[in-house]
Design a protein around this ligand. Sequence first.
Ligand SMILES: [Zn+2]
Length: 210
Amino acid sequence: MFDDRLPKLPIVLSSAKSYLGACVYQKKKSLFGKTTYYNFRLRINKRMDLPEAEIEDIIIHEMIHYYIAYNGIKDTSAHGQVFKKLMNDINERWGRHITLSRKMSADEKEQLCGNKRRPHVVAVVHFKNGKTGIKQLPRVHQKIIAFCNALSKVTEIASFTLYVSDEPYFNRFPTSTALKIYFVEKDILSKQLDTAKELVIVGDKVVFRK
Ligand SMILES: [Zn+2]
């Protein structure tokens, strides 16, 4: 897209609440007023679980900023005429859907900014291959029990435990009863579970473990 004319640059994962992607760099002015740009990095937000193509579009958007700054091109504004032309050309030529600013749904805003505490029912699943995953479940007894019954039939699973937690960490995981488990880092998860309460199934009810 950029004719192989941009040097590779670091992509830094970010937890910022204000943007999905950003191209950051430093500026210096020489004695004679010439500005040079250096130390380019792309910052990409990791708070949101977006489809791959959308993440790519965010990266390409930021690379257009990189292209403009790296080549010292003057634009009419941050997303000025030069930016728009490059963006439209790439969209047309490569079938992308890059936009000037991505509109976020209420749910995405919550993922990005949400650190509200609300109770989550979470199944922590240990696989026989050593991996750990989690699943956020609806807070409905029958649905939790049906999900656990389905889980216990999966041969790749060694064990699973139910918890209730109000840690905002869990806000990012979708709630459903589909057998789709999200793999997570064990260390990170175990910290999040410090304040969690364990749940057990007794008859047709899900109750706190005594
Ligand atoms: Zn931009």
